[in-house]
Write a protein that binds this ligand. Structure first.
Ligand SMILES: Cc1cc2nc3c(=O)[nH]c(=O)nc-3n(C[C@H](O)[C@H](O)[C@H](O)COP(=O)(O)O)c2cc1C
Length: 360
């Protein structure tokens, strides 16, 4: 098996014993042969490519990813308190009547396997953003950074923890508290996950301009000398005005945007039952991989055109979604992004950074 995350094992087994496959082999070292000196948000970077928030569960995964030539890597989203993972399975392939999967479409979820052709099959992931307690992840991020070399980047992703009893203000305060805890690690860059559930009503924070604006303004007040990125989800074309208004807020309070997170779809088994066990919230699950490439490419094109329209020269755009081959990396870069990240593609194709550097 080449995959560095074993989809047939629980999250805890992956956390405790991973990474697997090529990432477990210390002799798998990819030297990036730089053709020019590049920088990302002021930091030297050998290749503006890496792995977004999620698949790199802890320092062992981060160190293995840097060693494998993935340079711009994000430590998985952390919270202000310990938080459990959804039950196994957490990553399964999905089948759809079309290659591209669209928001709220119904797809068939298949049994977990490590035998996935990421160039053809989409995947759904459903973890519920588990987190270790802050003292554990803080120490672990520091450990990762101690092993990072020049030309590699560590981004730490975080989000607020929404509790039943909380007010909207308390939820925002938890974002700020988690940001403060995150900044104690000394990571180079932070990333707030706004593609997570909103307070009160259904939906994502990034789809609620007022809430996004309030969270970002509060974070701005706690911002130190390090850049802050904002992870957002897909916006359908009929919400272009909302996307532009959100980007304006991000430009005011942060340094750039990471787009996109997964696309929500209804995932059923072949008998029409909820495919992922446990809570009914898992009936709708985030699709990632090749099936959402259309949405990632479309989104960054729209973001880059807003950036150009306003002349936001320093505003950073990171393209994510369906990058499963070197051609996909090139397609994103051609759209004017500053860096590209791949989650599902990298998980099943751990040679991807090496393949990209050989092609460009
Ligand atoms: C195993 C896995 C775990 C993920 N966990 C997170 C997470 O904790 N925070 C986050 O912002 N995105 C998370 N994501 C979403 C990815 O960062 C990315 O936005 C999405 O998978 C689309 O990229 P892809 O098509 O390259 O997979 C996760 C994705 C995967 C596959």
């Amino acid at each position: 098996m080449n995959a560095f995350y074993d989809a047939t094992k629980s999250y805890e087994e992956n956390y405790d014993h991973g990474p697997f496959g090529l990432f477990a082999d210390p002799s798998f070292v990819v030297e990036i042969k730089k053709k020019s000196s590049l920088s990302f948000l002021g930091f030297a970077v050998d290749l503006p490519f890496g792995i977004p928030a999620g698949p790199l569960l802890n320092s062992r995964f981060m160190i293995a990813a840097w060693r494998a030539g993935f340079c711009v890597n994000t430590y998985k989203t952390v919270r202000s308190e310990v938080y459990p993972c959804h039950p196994f399975p957490n990553v399964i392939p999905v089948k759809s009547s079309t290659n591209d999967i669209h928001p709220q479409e119904t797809v068939i979820g298949l049994p977990p396997t490590n035998d996935i052709d990421v160039e053809k099959e989409g995947v759904t992931n459903s973890f519920g953003v588990p987190s270790k307690p802050p003292e554990v992840w803080q120490q672990d991020v520091r450990l990762a950074i101690d092993h990072m070399s020049l030309g590699r980047i560590c981004i730490l992703s975080f989000m607020g923890l929404k509790k039943e009893s909380m007010s909207r203000d308390e939820y925002i305060k938890d974002f700020v508290n988690t940001y403060r805890l995150s900044q104690e690690t000394g990571a180079q860059i932070y990333e707030v996950n706004l593609s997570c559930p909103n307070f009160g009503s259904e939906g994502l924070i990034c789809h609620d301009l007022q809430m996004s604006s309030d969270v970002l303004e509060a974070l701005h007040g706690a911002k130190k000398n390090t850049p802050l990125l904002v992870k957002i989800g897909y916006f359908p074309y009929d919400r272009q005005d909302d996307l532009e208004a959100l980007l304006d807020r991000i430009h005011t309070f942060a340094d750039g945007v990471v787009a996109i997170n997964t696309i929500p779809a209804v995932v059923l088994d072949e008998y029409g039952n909820q495919a992922l066990p446990g809570s009914p919230v898992r009936r709708v699950s985030g699709i990632c991989g090749v099936a959402i490439k259309w949405a990632g490419l479309e989104t960054v094109e729209r973001i880059v055109s807003v950036k150009q329209k306003h002349g936001w020269r320093d505003f950073v755009v990171v393209g994510v979604g369906g990058v499963v081959s070197p051609d996909d990396y090139i397609a994103y870069m051609k759209r004017g992004v500053d860096a590209v990240q791949s989650a599902v593609g990298a998980m099943w194709r751990p040679t991807l950074a090496d393949e990209i550097q050989r092609m460009i």
